[in-house]
Design a protein around this ligand. Structure first.
Ligand code: ARG
Length: 463
């Protein structure tokens, strides 16, 4: 009999594991997060063993009820295995054997921890992906809600962070909506490759028992099973894909964060931060800091780091399982926690943490030269070739800058001195509203287009 405190595999060994090495080797400190998935996977495995006659129905029932007892204990906080358990899989097997006696030792028939842990992380990731998709939907809803209120609010649009052309604020926000939509779809697509069962691949080569892999896969809701046992136990592509999708989610959140931080500055003043989502400084009483977007921007790096870590972890691994793979868990857990936390915080920030300063936006749009393209378009519409028109408008801008005037402040004589095609209707053509409204090409910022885009967004969320 193995003493309860010695490792499950200790019979083969002459002496005990060095305590520091036991600590180093153990994953229980973090893989306890897989507990419920491990139990679910084991229930399916036990049922499969019964169905194939490898264990008796009585043995199966006992195992399943023991596993459910452990679930209850865990939920009540009474299942807290220590480092002696090594990992969550051994912890469960031990507790099961304590609870139901020797029958518990039959659970691991025709299975290895290698296919078991692969099953667990897939079940974990599948449920986290569904939760993330839900959160993305809420984030999209928050963006859409603001956008719906601000179709006709104008905001300067930038390229090179220089004012370029004015935009509908809704159009600007919907750009983030669309990014989130691609993220949602990427998660959905990745699910196909998460949802494959490695259970029954054994340690690496399959098993001598007459198992039914398709049955356990079906019980667990997997769409298919790995066709090659070596690949099944050592594939972590799905984890890398997920980390990559997560990284893109963070890229998008971080870009929005950067804009919020700029917008909240005195210099821009496009948004104000509400007290519920910002903090003060310890010595500068006047300050209100955009901590939420700053933290989101800051946390982006660690998610990229996990993607890199997973890629490097895999690149040199010979087939099949290697202990290196134990490192996948903390990377995945932290990625999930970080992205979920950031999405939640950004959603709250959008829902109640910021207010757009419409008058300030209006002034920003009124008082600049972002309508210059429209002057060129005006001339081009009158038959002047665009490049020539573009050069003429360069002169218009130079003239106005010299005179300290905005374009709309030039007199008709000043316009006509540059080109006789300018007429009285130039003033109406270059109001910011007109400038925005005129960009009525599909996907453009024209109000009509933006209203259509809002409808498409609404349909996406309703689907
Ligand atoms: N804790 C291990 C992991 O996370 C479980 C699999 C161990 N397998 C083995 N052959 N030692 O990867």
């Amino acid at each position: 009999m193995t003493a309860p405190s010695s490792p499950t595999w200790s019979q083969r060994f002459e002496s005990a594991l060095h305590p520091a090495i036991a600590q180093f080797n153990a994953s229980i400190g973090f893989d306890i997060e897989l507990l419920e998935y491990d139990l679910t996977g084991s229930v399916a495995h036990a049922k499969m063993l019964v169905k194939t006659g490898i264990i008796s129905p009585q043995e199966g029932d006992l195992i399943v009820s023991g596993l459910e007892t452990i679930r209850q204990e865990y939920r009540q906080g009474d299942f807290q295995p220590g480092v002696e358990a090594e990992d969550v899989h051994f912890a469960v097997e031990r507790r099961l054997t304590e609870l139901i006696g020797d029958g518990g030792k039959k659970l691991h028939t025709a299975r290895s921890r290698n296919d078991q842990v692969g099953t667990d992380i897939r079940l974990y990731l599948r449920s986290q992906i569904l939760a993330l998709q839900d959160q993305l939907r809420q984030y999209q809803r928050a963006l859409l809600t603001i956008a719906q209120d601000h179709v006709e609010t104008l905001i300067p649009g930038y390229t090179h962070l220089q004012r370029a052309q004015p935009l509908s604020l809704a159009h600007h926000l919907l750009a983030y909506f669309d990014m989130a939509q691609r993220d949602w779809e990427r998660l959905q697509d990745g699910l196909k490759r998460v949802n494959i069962s490695p259970l029954g691949c054994g340690a690496l080569a399959g098993t001598t028992f007459p198992i039914d892999r398709h049955y356990s896969a079906e019980l667990l809701g997997f769409e298919r099973v790995y066709g090659n046992s070596l690949d099944g136990v050592s594939d972590r592509d799905f984890a890398i894909e997920f980390a990559s999708t997560a990284s893109l989610i963070m890229v998008h959140l971080s870009r929005l964060s950067e804009e919020m931080i700029l917008w909240a500055s005195e210099e821009f003043g496009f948004v104000t931060l509400k007290d519920s989502c910002s903090t003060g400084s310890s010595i500068m009483p006047q300050k209100k800091n955009p901590d939420v977007p700053e933290l989101v921007r800051g946390k982006t790096g660690r998610v990229f780091g996990h993607l890199q870590g997973l890629l490097v972890m895999m690149k040199g691994l010979p087939l099949a399982y290697n202990k290196d793979l134990q490192e996948d868990k903390e990377a995945l857990f932290d990625t999930v926690r970080t992205v979920r936390g950031c999405l939640e915080a950004m959603t709250i920030l959008l829902q109640e943490g910021i207010g757009f300063q419409v008058p300030r936006l209006q002034t920003a749009v009124d008082e600049d030269y972002a309508n210059a393209t429209d002057v060129a378009d005006y001339l081009a519409a009158k038959g002047i070739p665009f490049r020539e028109a573009y050069n003429l408008v360069g002169q218009v801008v130079k003239t106005s800058l010299r005179a300290g005037k905005l374009l709309r402040e030039l007199t008709l004589e000043e316009w006509q001195a540059i080109h006789p095609a300018f007429a009285d209707d130039i003033y109406a053509a270059i109001t910011p509203r007109q400038v925005v409204s005129a960009r009525n090409s599909y996907g453009g910022t024209g109000f009509e287009q933006v209203r259509q885009a809002l409808q498409r967004a609404e349909q996406t969320l309703e689907a």
